[in-house]
Design a protein around this ligand. Structure first.
Ligand code: 26Q
Length: 826
């Protein structure tokens, strides 16, 4: 690598001619890697070695394109997009890279010559699980999409040594185990020790005289080093490559030599342990405040490193920082990097000597911010005291920004005291806290929500008063998913079928997927479409049989809910419906029930008690129903442990029904909903998040919407309507709740679910009782539809055909046009 990077004409690749991509050449290069990078002969190589060698051979091809893309961006002076995100939930990269380079068949053949199967090799790669769920996966889809569109993009994040925990179910309960994705090395990353920056914490702020003006100097008490690890991200057809730059923490002085020499060998390492702790582990909470100091350290660490890197690169190509916003757009993925607003001000004013007003203009023109949640308990705030102790200068800057904003609101807009309190960067009601959402909002030129409904609710709720002050700042950018991973790679059968029908063109111009619509009326096409689904269901059934020893009938409806476990996502509603159905099947053996398999997967935050109970309940219900002969296999319930990206790639293509049943107004967008529908699943869902746009694009006959709307939920909550009435009026619901509460599914601990059930009967905050009836009826409507397979398959085909708009390419195109004002560099 360094031979390439340090060549005199540093941008030229070593190969003067384009690489050959035939199976012979690939076979030879893979064996070369096996020999010289791993030190093994083909006879001695384990499958792991083949995986590593294959990745390295493929990586060489990516690096060729990477160096070219970087040179093009540099020479064209094109604007760069820097996507700052605490999370990148990438999954595996080998299949993605091979597929985007168009090398799948050649690599398969190359490995085949040594009796090695590509599919098995791919399975050995650990998931890069540097994220919790939707927000992190969105960042990964966006990276792939920017590369595919040729938008010069940089992802900036944290190289967690341990990603999202591995979930095991022990005696019915979730157990979190450490995840060790780097154990066998990471062939995709390139460490860049020379790209490192000092990051300070704590200490004091003093002022010095700078030609008669005071200048602030921060003297941190503690310093650590942020070291860059780069992963190239290759786009579709290998036409462009971008960089994902993740920061790892190191001690400035890894071994305190004085201490070491005086014999204190353990003490000599204390500092390096403390430094490296910053990037040790991903916080596994996606909805509740973590609140720990280490989290704030992580946020500042990666924000500061990224900004220093951006400034360094800018100054290498430009005279000063006044035109920063013409050359870079920085997107803040939620508030996690929001401290960047204060940090950029500090770097511009204190370090680079810009005056305050000019710096504020540059800052605001550079940043934009995406909000991903309205849940009050998830809005990020930090105690002022903690902030001040850890980041004293940044805290001063936040106060100064706040004063400026509040003054403007008072003098120019005549804001009332209440309105001022609402826009203030400091929450004075809960023991003085810094509000990261407000900071990100005022420091950005554009703020966006991730679906139409979510964006409107942002304007009405969390950012009501800031929206009044800056009425043009909020925009909508409905999420999307990359069709490369979520259709081409995960569902090759369907991809080939679509190609047969409408030609290969849709792979390069995804909007053309719409041409598939007319095939919904073609009976023979529908049959082939259903046959692909059937094969995908068999594959999932095999996985469930192998992992859980539960046998599934691929002819039953596969009804699937996979996502983080959360009360607002209402897995509990789904389980209650399963219990009600179970009781009805037992009570009415004479009815011709439609066979159904309910599949669940997802992780609970380790401290989220109710979410963990829901997992426990799914397992308990599963055991009782699956083993009851009276059910005659008409209903099965399965909880698949350790949901991750790789499991999703098997699950999405195998679904008949996709469950998107959040309490209306609470799911910002959802992206699993898009992956399922793209693969032909029928959605049962509430009018929430991007389900609303899915309804618009699919047409109301092709999606199954039920339940209260967002405004109705808000109104019922405001009136304090509880669950009592709804429960007493619905015998199916009442009986299911009674069974769960009385221990029918938990005879070992009959009271285990008492509080879960009581919450529905009493407050019904999540509208489970309120929505049960509509949910039940819609499920039975789907049962009936299943018996008309021509109609079901027609709807299924239309779902795939009409999901083109939900490609992340469309989303990225909108960000580039409306927010970043950046285009392809080619
Ligand atoms: C915050 C502070 C301290 C510790 C952790 C966090 C934290 C971490 C992750 C808060 C939230 C998250 C993740 C949120 C998330 O994934 N939101 C989802 O974002 C998706 C992409 O926009 C949407 O589709 C989902 O609707 C939304 O729930």
């Amino acid at each position: 690598m360094s031979a390439i990077a340090k060549m005199p004409n540093g941008t030229r690749t070593l190969k003067s001619e384009p690489r050959r991509n035939d199976a012979d050449t690939l076979a030879q290069e893979i064996v070369e890697k096996l020999t010289y990078a791993i030190g093994k002969t083909t006879d001695a190589a384990r499958l792991h070695d083949w995986e590593y060698a294959t990745a390295l051979a493929v990586r060489d091809r990516i690096i060729d394109q990477w160096l070219t893309s970087n040179r093009q961006t540099r020479e064209s002076g094109a604007k760069r997009v820097c996507y700052l995100s605490m999370e990148f939930l990438i999954g595996r990269l080998l299949r993605d890279a091979i597929s985007n380079l168009g090398l799948t068949e050649q690599v398969r053949e190359a490995l085949g010559r040594y009796g090695v199967e590509l599919d098995l090799v791919e399975l050995l790669e650990p998931d890069a699980a540097l994220g919790n769920g939707g927000l992190g996966r969105l960042a990964a889809c966006f990276m792939e999409s920017m590369a595919s569109l040729g938008v010069p993009g940089f992802g900036y994040g944290i190289r967690y040594e341990h990603g999202f925990f591995r979930q095991e179910i022990v005696d019915g309960a979730q157990v979190e185990l450490p995840e060790t994705w780097l154990q066998h090395g990471n062939p995709w990353e390139i460490e860049r020790q020379e790209r490192s920056f000092e990051i300070g914490f704590g200490g004091k702020v003093t002022t010095v005289d700078d030609n008669g003006k005071p200048r602030f100097v921060w003297r941190p008490a503690e310093r650590v080093l942020a070291v860059a690890y780069d992963t190239p991200v290759i786009g579709w057809r290998g036409a462009h490559a971008n960089t994902l730059r993740l920061w790892g923490a190191q001690a400035l002085d890894p071994i305190l030599l004085d201490a070491f020499n005086s014999g204190d060998h353990v003490g000599a390492l204390l500092e390096s342990n403390r430094a490296e702790a910053i990037t040790r582990v991903l916080y596994p909470a996606d909805s509740h405040q973590a609140g720990q100091e280490l989290r704030l350290r992580q946020e500042y660490f990666f924000s500061s490193a990224s900004l220093q890197d951006i400034i360094r690169r800018h100054l290498a190509l430009n005279d000063d920082l006044t035109n920063l916003a013409d050359k870079v757009a920085i997107q803040l993925n939620d508030t996690h990097p929001a401290v960047s607003v204060a940090e950029l001000m500090r770097l511009l004013v204190d370090v680079h000597g810009m005056d305050w007003d000019a710096a504020w203009t540059v800052t605001r023109e550079t940043f934009s911010y995406t909000n991903h949640t309205l849940l009050p308990e998830a809005l990020e705030t930090w105690p002022v005291q903690l902030f001040e102790r850890l980041l004293p200068r940044q805290m001063q800057i936040i106060y100064a920004i706040n004063a400026q904003i509040i003054q403007g609101a008072r003098s120019e807009r005549d804001f009332s005291g209440e309105e001022i309190a609402a826009i203030s960067l400091i929450d004075e009601n809960n023991g003085r806290r810094v509000r990261m959402g407000q900071l990100a909002f005022v420091g950005s030129h554009t703020v966006n929500g991730v679906s139409g409904l979510h964006t409107e609710l942002m304007k009405e709720t969390v950012f009501h008063d800031l929206h009044k002050l800056y009425p043009d700042r909020i925009q909508n950018k409905t999420n999307g998913v990359t069709p490369r991973r979520w259709l081409f790679q995960s569902n090759p059968g369907l991809t080939d079928l679509v190609s047969d029908a409408i030609g290969e063109g849709f792979k390069d111009d995804f909007n053309r997927l719409g041409e598939l619509d007319r095939f919904a009326e073609d009976a023979s096409f529908r049959e082939r479409f259903a046959a692909v689904k059937r094969v995908n269901k068999e594959r999932l059934a095999t996985l469930v049989e192998e992992r859980l020893a539960i046998s599934l009938d691929p002819d039953a409806i596969f009804d699937i809910q996979v996502k983080r476990i959360h009360e607002y996502k209402r897995q509990f509603l789904n389980i209650i419906e399963a219990v009600a159905l179970y009781e009805q099947i037992r009570a009415h053996p004479e009815i011709d029930w439609t066979p159904r398999v309910k599949i669940f997967a997802g992780k609970a935050a380790p401290s989220y008690v109710q979410a963990k109970q829901i997992i426990h309940l799914a397992g308990d219900v599963s055991r009782v129903i699956n083993s009851d002969p009276a059910v005659r296999n008409l209903l099965k319930v399965v909880f698949v442990p350790n949901y991750n990206v790789s499991l999703a790639e098997i699950i999405m293509p195998a679904a008949d029904i996709s469950e998107q049943i959040s309490t209306a107004g609470l799911e910002a967008s959802g992206t699993g909903n898009m992956k399922f529908a793209l693969n032909g699943a029928l959605t049962i869902g509430t009018l929430d998040g991007a389900n609303v746009e899915m309804l618009e694009h699919l047409g109301e006959e092709n999606i199954f919407i039920f339940g209260l709307k967002a405004d109705e939920v808000a109104e019922r909550r405001a009136r304090g309507v509880g669950g009592q009435e709804a429960v007493s009026e619905q015998p199916l619901l009442r009986s299911a709740l009674d069974s769960i509460a009385s221990g029918v599914f938990s005879p070992d601990a009959p009271g285990r679910y008492a509080s879960l059930v009581d919450a529905v009967r009493d407050r019904d905050w999540w509208m489970i009782a309120a929505d049960f009836r509509a949910y039940w009826d819609t499920q039975r409507q789907l049962d009936a539809l299943w018996t008309d397979r021509a109609r079901w398959d027609e709807i299924s085909v239309r779902n795939t055909a009409r999901m083109a708009w939900f490609s992340a390419d469309r989303t990225i195109g909108e960000y580039a046009r409306d927010i970043w004002r950046a285009g392809p560099s080619r």
